[in-house]
Design a protein around this ligand. Structure first.
Ligand code: SGN
Ligand code: CA
Length: 539
């Protein structure tokens, strides 16, 4: 009898709950778009756990889908953001590099969400030289922004300074907005955009201390000599040994460099603010938290650097780089955890799509490099994890060739909004729903323009499918490269001139030509963008 009563009472409670659940399923989903700056997939444990554990980001893979072949159309910050926001390739949206401001007459997807009744917000890094459109509320970093006590531009156009560490602050503000604005009646779309782990990789003081004690495995290609590659790889200025800076990047104080006997470090004159620019943002109290770790790094350097071989210097720089880069990521992961926990506690998680990505990949010592820009895998590919309860099968892995070009259409369609016809991507909804048979694309297009510029990566465009990558470097060279992705995953051998690959080259050249046409790119357009540099005195 007791059992029956319990069962009946239980049923009474279940009925209304069931009703709510039914209702929320038919409601338009909320969207949280999380993007970190320069977060390499090699530094997310759902992809690879040899460098760092990222348990919170990994939750999105466990509870959703992990894309292993996601890429960008142009591996550099602001252009990638412009592609994400417009759903168009660089040559169409006009944002070719980090210098020229974004054309604000371009339609961006938050504007479309807002028009369709969504509450919208953007917090963190935009890097456009102008403010976002289509968001009810924003707080963005001016330009690259700072790690410590950063400035922000807010909705009314004012600039404010916030005390604390940038990754924590962006999360605090995003959570505040969710607590205030997210409700059951109106759906929302929030962009939560981290500055970390962008150069110069300043972790929070406690992470700095923690990660400086760690040693990381070296990538197989750390000592790449760029043999069997073209001019572009040989002339790029992003080698850890040659181009990474002791003070700005490795956190050696200029005074330490100045007192090194007989050694001349041009960066003391060339970039005097490299160390003190970021460090001096801290209050005396905050500096005191960094100082013991800085002292141990500086003492070690002062004593050991003169005795080190070039190989050891490279290895030391790699370790310093990883310590700071991964220390910065650790805070991103913690903060993503805070956000996901809040979604759970508030009940929002159930009807919210959460996307995690980066504005591009990054070299973590592969080919001896840091930075990005190249179509070679580590910077061309980007992390992509999507959780969408009841739609995406938990723990699924997708290897189709998807791109940041596809994000806008995907989010709009998920919200039941028809994307504008001139967007150039493909909605990822069939893949997210496990309907692979409805996915037809097998190759993607890439085009990088920012040259000559910092890191000196030459202009290039190309076509990439699962097996091959065909690339044309142009402007001050005219060189083609072909990589066999299956047999040479580290991309160490350009086989363009190998007779065994002649048929592949011929086929891919034709496909590349067709693709350029399809996306409305052309040699005339390439010349126009070179002319833009010339007329702005950049050549
Ligand atoms: C800065 C960095 C470069 C980086 C660009 C673009 N130097 O100039 O290393 O490639 O930004 O980065 S720094 O010394 O100022 O950090 S992007 O992410 O904005 O494209
Ligand atoms: Ca970036």
């Amino acid at each position: 009898m007791k059992k029956i009563i319990v069962a009946v009472v239980g049923l009474l409670f279940l009925i209304p709950l069931e009703g709510i659940a039914q209702k929320s399923k038919t409601k338009r989903p909320n969207v949280i778009f999380i993007m970190s700056d320069d977060h390499a997939y090699q530094a997310i444990s759902a992809y690879d756990d040899k460098l760092i554990e990222t348990p919170n980001i990994d939750r999105l893979a466990k509870e959703g889908m992990l894309f292993t072949n996601a890429s960008v159309t142009n591996s550099i910050c602001a252009p990638s953001r412009a592609t994400i926001l417009t759903g168009k390739h660089t040559h169409i949206n006009g944002k070719i590099d980090n210098y020229f401001p974004f054309d604000t007459t371009q339609v961006t997807f938050p504007q479309i969400f807002k028009k369709n009744g969504y509450k919208t917000a953007m917090f963190g890094k935009l890097h456009f030289g102008n403010n976002p459109k289509g968001v009810d509320e924003f707080m963005i970093l001016p330009g690259q922004g700072h790690y410590i006590n950063p400035d922000f531009i807010v909705t009314n156009g004012d600039t404010i300074t916030k005390q604390g560490y940038v990754t924590d602050i962006i999360t605090d503000v995003s959570l505040d907005w969710l607590k205030k604005e997210a409700s059951a009646d109106e759906p929302f779309m929030m962009m939560y955009l981290h500055k970390a782990p962008h150069r110069p990789w300043w972790p929070r003081a406690d992470k700095f201390k923690e990660f400086t004690k760690k040693t990381f495995p070296e990538p197989a290609t750390l000592f790449d000599d760029y043999k069997n590659r073209g001019t572009a790889a040989k002339t790029a200025e992003m080698n850890l040994f040659e181009h990474m800076m002791y003070s700005h990047d490795s956190k050696i104080r200029p005074e330490t460099l100045a007192k090194m006997e007989g050694k001349v470090f041009p960066e003391i004159e060339e970039f005097p603010n490299g160390f003190y620019g970021p460090y001096n943002r801290a209050t005396e109290e905050q500096k005191a938290e960094y100082n013991p770790t800085l002292a141990s790094i500086n003492d070690f350097f002062y004593e050991n650097w003169p005795k080190m071989t070039d190989k050891e210097k490279m290895q030391w720089k790699y370790q310093r780089y990883m310590q700071d880069y991964l220390g910065s990521i650790s805070s991103v992961d913690d903060n993503v955890g805070r956000l996901l926990d809040y979604l759970d506690e508030s009940g929002l998680a159930e009807n919210t799509i959460v996307i995690y990505t980066s504005d591009q990949g990054f070299y973590l010592g592969e080919h001896g490099w840091f930075d990005k820009r190249f179509v070679y895998d580590e910077s061309f590919k980007t992390p992509l994890l999507v959780r969408w309860p009841d739609v995406v099968k938990p723990g699924s892995v997708e290897n189709e060739m998807v791109q940041n070009l596809d994000f806008a259409q995907t989010m709009l369609e998920a919200a039941g909004i028809k994307p504008p016809n001139d967007m150039q991507g493909e909605s990822l909804i069939p893949l997210l729903k496990g309907k692979k048979e409805d996915w037809t694309r097998d190759a993607v297009y890439y085009h990088y323009y920012e040259y000559p510029a910092v890191h000196m990566v030459k202009r290039h465009y190309g076509i990439v499918n699962k097996e091959f990558k065909l690339v044309h470097f142009y402007y001050d060279v005219d060189e083609w490269e072909l990589y066999d992705r299956l047999n040479d995953p580290n991309e160490m051998n350009n086989v363009y001139a190998d007779p065994d690959y002649a048929a592949t080259v011929k086929k891919l050249k034709k496909e590349l030509k067709d693709m350029r046409k399809l996306y409305k790119d052309s040699p005339e357009q390439d010349k126009e963008f070179i002319e833009l540099y010339r007329s702005n005195g950049k050549l």
